[in-house]
Ligand binder design. Structure first.
Ligand SMILES: [Fe+2]
Ligand SMILES: [Fe+2]
Length: 387
């Protein structure tokens, strides 16, 4: 039997070991939480360019890099092209370029693992940092085993000073970025298809009446210009964009002899014509990804003074997007040729919109339209991009 004092020493050793394990666990937990948070940040990005920007930001929390260049891999040319850079000085630019020229970057990409390169050209005696040196970390970015890009980080530390832990953390984040980039690419492709389909639908409605060709497209463009001027949220701007394209989709269900009647509609015919907003809303309600546009389409003929249709909503009871579309739709109608009138000028259109402010139109929307009108006029003359 060991004496009491030996037992105490042994116990103390155990306690110390336990404390060390505890500390190790605590550290691992903190690292995991950090990794989780950073991965989630990258994963939250919906667009390709946002993932790239976030990757550079997030990496800074893991490696205190001096400068970075992010390359994207061009599969067809089997080349890397610089896409984003951060803090690259003229001196560093040459170093980064040299790695491209001597093939290190493509080689690292092919290897599919992180490479730490010592910066050989440093180390002059008068260089205070030369003892520590600088190195470059070449971090390949892959998605499903395929190269997507490469992150080149200039770090003010020797190539040997990265622990396995640092490298695996960097690797995990690069992988997350690879997956997110792939997702963003798919998402953007789906979005393009979605926009194309909606545009085609809008075109189908406009094509039924040659007087309204491009009508839906322009209503959408004017609506977006107003919504942007009002600094509305991106999701609202997009609803106005797609709602504008589809606002008259219900006209698909209106008979030709009413839709294209060259003379004034009878009261009965007008009632049929008016049903297009409810018909359109009914169509959109059946499509999950379009159902959020129902209020815009259903109420685009409501008037601020309550004398519109189908429900006679008043003022702010009318959804914001529908109030915007009403101004855009009316302005487009006034300024293009119709069966029942000749196109009036942009200035005349604006005067008419202003005249009806507080009557048919929400004064707030009219003010926003007035604010963006100059740019719309320049756009119409082919002098500017749409705001
Ligand atoms: Fe309409
Ligand atoms: Fe319309």
């Amino acid at each position: 039997m060991p004496p009491e004092s030996d037992k105490i020493v042994e116990l103390e050793r155990h306690i110390e070991t336990l404390e060390q394990i505890n500390e190790g666990l605590r550290q691992s937990f903190e690292e995991l939480s950090q990794l989780y948070r950073l991965s989630e940040t990258i994963a939250s990005a919906m667009t390709f360019s946002r993932v790239l920007t976030l990757l550079l930001e997030v990496m800074h929390e893991v490696v205190d890099y001096e400068a970075a260049v992010l390359y994207l891999y061009d599969e067809r040319g089997a080349q890397l092209r610089p896409n984003l850079e951060k803090d690259v000085t003229a001196d560093l630019k040459a170093r980064f370029a040299a790695q491209m020229e001597d093939g290190s970057l493509l080689w690292a990409l092919k290897q599919g693992r992180i490479l730490a390169l010592a910066d050989n050209r440093r180390g002059r005696a008068d260089d205070a940092e030369s003892e520590e040196g600088r190195s470059f970390l070449l971090v390949p970015i892959q998605a499903r085993g395929k190269p997507v890009g490469l992150l080149d980080l200039a770090v003010a530390a020797g190539a040997g000073s990265f622990s396995q832990r640092d490298l695996s953390l960097i690797g995990i984040l690069a992988n997350q970025a690879g997956i997110s980039l792939e997702n963003a690419r798919l998402y953007e492709a789906i979005r393009r298809d979605y926009t194309d389909v909606i545009q085609a639908l809008a075109g189908a409605v406009d094509a039924r009446d040659h007087y309204t060709r491009q009508h839906s497209n322009r209503v959408s463009l004017y609506g977006v210009a107003i919504a942007r001027h009002m600094r509305l949220e991106q999701s609202v701007i997009e609803a106005v964009q797609f709602g504008g394209l589809l606002h008259d989709i219900g006209k698909i269900g209106i008979p030709d002899q009413i839709l294209n009647k060259p003379s004034r509609l009878s009261e009965e015919e007008f009632q049929v014509m008016k049903s297009h907003s409810a018909l359109g809303a009914g169509l959109l309600r059946q499509v999950d990804s379009l159902s959020h546009l129902v209020p815009l389409v259903l109420y685009h003929h409501e008037r601020f003074d309550g004398r519109g249709y189908p429900d006679g909503l008043v003022g702010k009871q009318i959804p914001l997007g529908a109030r915007i579309l009403n101004v855009a739709d009316s302005f487009e109608t006034i300024t293009s040729d119709r069966v029942y009138h000749k196109a009036r000028s942009f200035d005349e259109g604006l005067a008419e919109i202003k005249r009806c402010s507080g009557g048919q139109f929400d004064p707030e929307i009219v003010a926003a339209f007035d604010g963006v009108f100059g740019e719309l006029t320049r756009w119409r003359r082919g002098l500017a991009e749409l705001p």
